[in-house]
Design a protein around this ligand. Structure first.
Ligand SMILES: CC(C)(COP(=O)(O)OP(=O)(O)OC[C@H]1O[C@@H](n2cnc3c(N)ncnc32)[C@H](O)[C@@H]1OP(=O)(O)O)[C@@H](O)C(=O)NCCC(=O)NCCS
Length: 180
């Protein structure tokens, strides 16, 4: 089975919603309220949300990892202009989620490199990502060359959760690592 990284299409909305829901429920039970992880992640509603996102009306772009290109979506990443005021980063990786069965096989690195490549093509040479401090997967960003650049907080369900911001100052390095 080969997983191909490509631009997301409108028809991927259901597949991306499935990855989002499964990955959130697997990753965040200790960090986010179970009411959100159970009732708040409804497949029909999230598919409608992703149809809007993937129609590009939100301004964010999405790449997916899909089995044999046309097969099921197993991971996705979203990206756009940096929203962290205190950072000089040009771009931001907003979301990166893989189905649990597809983690640990290099797809996360490939999706990050694909996002980096798209930023470079757009003339943007740096990027950042904001991750919940309690998410052990933050070490993934360190493993692929991100430097801890700032601490912040993200409001979620009425509570501000501590976050870390990782930055890549030279995306050529991240993109060049793709073949590893
Ligand atoms: C985090 C995530 C995107 C990483 O993708 P992945 O495909 O599992 O990671 P890769 O296989 O590409 O790993 C790349 C490198 O990071 C390392 N790594 C991956 N996850 C790690 C972790 N949790 N802790 C430490 N290192 C990690 C790998 O060992 C590998 O290092 P190496 O190349 O030196 O051997 C994926 O595991 C995932 O979707 N997790 C759940 C959702 C999540 O937490 N997303 C981030 C929200 S901001």
């Amino acid at each position: 089975m080969s997983v191909v990284v490509r631009e997301a299409e409108l028809s991927d909305a259901h597949g991306v919603a499935r990855v989002e829901i499964e990955a959130w429920r697997d990753t965040y039970p200790a960090l986010l309220p179970s009411a959100h992880l159970v009732g708040g992640l409804d497949m029909a509603r999230r598919t409608v949300f992703w149809r809007h996102r993937l129609s590009h009306r939100s301004g964010l772009r999405t790449v997916v990892g899909a089995v044999n290109s046309r097969g099921p979506v197993v991971g996705y990443a979203t990206w756009g202009p940096c929203r962290v005021d205190t950072l000089a980063s040009g771009g931001q990786l907003f979301e990166l989620y893989l189905l649990p069965d597809h983690q640990g096989r290099g797809l996360g690195r490939r999706l990050c490199a694909a996002v980096g490549e798209r930023f470079l093509k757009a003339g943007v040479s740096s990027m950042c990502v904001e991750v919940l401090e309690g998410n052990p997967n933050r070490f993934f960003y360190e493993a692929i060359g991100g430097r801890l650049a700032a601490r912040a907080g993200h409001r979620f369900a009425g509570t501000i959760l501590p976050t870390l911001i990782y930055a890549w100052d030279d995306l050529e390095l991240l993109v060049g690592e793709r073949a590893r």
